[in-house]
Design a protein around this ligand. Structure first.
Ligand code: PMP
Length: 403
């Protein structure tokens, strides 16, 4: 007898499961297009040089210690992260209507934000894009949301944002629904709304009294310019919308396992900040009590030291341009092979991912016959491609599509 008799085995988390299958694979032609992490041309993880150098400086700084941070996190980091997403000259920052709360990477920011909205502010319904990142619904459900809904995002036939149905779905959402929007580089489709489409989304959110929850996990990866990638968020702020924004520094600083994140909050009346922050302190106190310092110190120092900030921008450029080259290479190979179907979406899509349009059966075939590992919805991490394997992957896709 156990207290835990009868607990069924949960299904594996696909992205980690597929990554493990890749690691277990013996054949050396294998290619890993699963997990959303940057890889170099050599297929290796990348410690950004500016991050490494800053870590060394921090390690040698004898004024620092391992005392607890405040519950809401590292003051300088919170400010720097908020300014990165809203812009240094944001009117919301100037009017003291915006503040940051350090969280455990993007997931922790989503969780703290969701729990605050559900338990403190009484929101019940949340809408996520269909499709979306696999963890959104689980986070919001566990945080106390009872109404978990989808809004249409993807036009599977034409491989683009289904803007008309998206707007209709938002029109029909209940008053005070929370709408999760991917700030840039939508995961998994790699396709963001155009500026005109964002304007329509903001308009319906405002008119229908919906609440905006931006999730920005790839700032810098879409265009190579972190400011340009925050355009939609800044536009919403300019429209006077209140919002929370979960920010992850996993991808754009390569700090995946340091769990560096921030929840930027924008309110319409600075007088509500004290209530918000004090209640949020209790939410965080009951979760992780206070956040880790190491990654936050790195991000703070880099963002607030102009020379280091410039080096970081260069690394973002290097990562995003390698991704663009690999998109172009994959598309060119597929078109040269005259692989059935159309492949221009591979270069139209942006950020780390491409939503290839491959079916679940084709994905299984690619894994079993060619050792090319990807998610069952056809999402590939473009960073897993390099000049040595891209032709092999194109040939594997070609052979698979033709079977
Ligand atoms: N949101 C989206 C859309 C993501 O893709 C990810 C990472 N895969 C996250 C949030 C959170 O990642 P992390 O917790 O590692 O910062």
């Amino acid at each position: 007898m156990s207290f835990f008799d009868g607990i069924p085995v949960a299904p594996p988390i696909e992205v980690f499961h597929k990554n493990q299958l890749y690691l277990n694979e013996k054949k050396d032609n294998k290619v890993n297009l699963t997990i959303g992490a940057y890889r170099t041309e050599e297929g290796k993880p990348w410690v950004l040089p500016v991050v490494h150098n800053t870590e060394v400086e921090i390690a040698n700084d004898t004024t620092l210690n391992h005392e607890y941070l405040p519950v809401l996190g590292h003051e300088g980091f919170r400010k720097a992260a908020t300014a990165l997403v809203l812009g240094e000259d944001s009117v919301a920052i100037k009017e003291d209507r915006a503040f940051g709360i350090q969280c455990l990477s993007g997931t922790g920011a989503l969780r703290a934000g969701a729990e605050f909205l559900a338990r403190v502010a009484g929101f019940k319904d949340v809408y996520v894009s269909n499709p979306t990142w696999g963890n959104h619904k689980l986070v919001f459900k566990n945080a106390g949301f009872t109404g978990l809904h989808d809004y249409t995002y993807w036009d599977y036939q034409n491989k683009r944002v289904h803007i008309e149905q998206l707007i209709t779905d938002l029109e029909n959402a209940a008053d005070r629904s929370v709408i999760i929007l991917h700030g840039c580089a939508h995961n998994p489709t790699g396709m963001d709304p155009t500026q005109e489409q964002w304007k329509r989304i903001a308009e319906v959110i405002k008119r229908r009294n919906l609440f905006t929850f931006f999730d920005i996990a790839y700032q810098g990866f879409a265009s190579g310019d972190p400011a340009a990638d925050a355009w939609a968020i800044r536009y919403f702020v300019d429209q006077g919308l209140e919002m929370v924004v979960s920010q992850s520094f996993a991808k754009n600083f390569g700090l995946y396992n340091e769990r560096v994140g921030n929840l930027t909050v924008v309110v319409n009346n600075k007088n509500v900040s004290a209530g918000f922050q004090s209640q949020m302190s209790l939410v965080i106190r009951a979760n992780w009590s206070n956040p880790p310092a190491h990654g936050a110190r790195i991000v703070h120092k880099v963002l607030t030291t102009p020379a280091l900030h410039q080096q970081w921008n260069e690394s973002i450029q290097a990562m995003s341009s390698r991704i663009k080259q690999m998109r172009a290479a994959l598309r060119t190979h597929l078109e040269q092979l005259q692989t059935p179907g159309t492949w221009e979406h591979i270069t139209q899509q942006i950020g780390m991912f491409s939503y290839t349009g491959l079916t679940a059966a084709q994905v299984d075939h690619l894994i079993a016959e060619h050792q090319v590992f990807l998610l069952s919805d056809g999402r590939i991490n473009i960073c897993g491609l390099n000049t040595k394997n891209v032709e092999y992957v194109a040939k594997a896709i070609d052979a698979t599509v033709r079977t």
